[in-house]
Design a protein around this ligand. Structure first.
Ligand code: PGA
Length: 229
């Protein structure tokens, strides 16, 4: 036990996470780093495809995805819900509607994430399931740029509710669209061939307990559902 404690006093924790999780991972890291101040954290951020490439190289302890790749031998644990919601500017004519149809959504100018994005991947699966095509007006490589483009009236989009929670939702509203939100989940992922270090193991426990509760608390506070829909 003593040696385990020593193992947690100093060392590194390396994470590669998809861009959408950058809204909550740092909030989880805060209390963890306070408890273990000797641990060096390295956090890489990229879109889903970039994080898949990093997972293949395998240099980090954990990879955070909402859609882990299926063709790589990994261990994956689910820790948090990730609803994708339709966002529009506050002044949008559909903002007060109780139920917007998918056909109505499809007519709106739509701002889409870039190829390689997990958000886009989830939207494409949803469109396929519902035999729907969107009126894509722009492809934008960042959640933040999409939020600002929506605010400025360029169109509507579908983004993770996490981008609105800690990221703020000023000027934006969620449209009540049928069959929405698209519900996915966040996963901690690592290569099956890898043994977790004592630090990584402790972090995994922390994420599944306090870390998860911390994010869910904030999520509820701003009015999003944390249960599986
Ligand atoms: P993205 O991934 O940041 O690449 O869109 C988010 C996700 O996997 O849901």
């Amino acid at each position: 036990r003593l040696s385990e404690f020593r193992g947690l006093r100093a060392g590194a924790l390396r994470l590669s996470v998809v861009t959408t999780s950058k809204y909550f991972i740092p909030h989880m890291l805060g209390p963890f780093c306070e408890r273990y101040p000797g641990i060096d954290i390295q956090l890489n951020v990229g879109n889903r495809q970039q994080i898949i490439d990093r997972l293949e190289a395998g240099d980090e302890d954990f990879y955070v995805f909402s859609h882990p790749p299926e063709n790589i031998d990994t261990v994956s644990t689910r820790f948090l819900v990730n609803p994708l919601v339709v966002i529009a500017p506050e002044s949008h004519p559909l903002a007060g509607e109780r139920s917007v149809s998918l056909v109505q959504l499809a007519r709106e100018p739509f701002l889409m994430r870039e190829p390689g994005s997990g958000t886009r991947y989830a939207i494409e699966q949803f469109l396929h399931r519902h035999d729907l095509r969107l009126n894509v007006k722009m492809t934008i490589q960042s959640n933040e740029a999409i939020k600002h483009a929506v605010m400025s009236g360029l169109g509507v989009s579908i983004l993770s509710a996490h981008t609105l929670t800690f990221g703020g939702n000023a000027g934006l509203v969620e449209l009540q669209v049928e069959k929405m939100p698209i519900t996915t989940s966040w996963h901690m992922v690592w290569p099956k061939s890898k043994t977790l270090s004592p630090i990584a193991d402790r972090f995994l426990q922390y994420v599944h307990n306090e870390g998860r509760r911390l994010i869910e608390g904030e999520f509820k506070r701003v009015g999003f559902e944390t249960r599986e829909l």
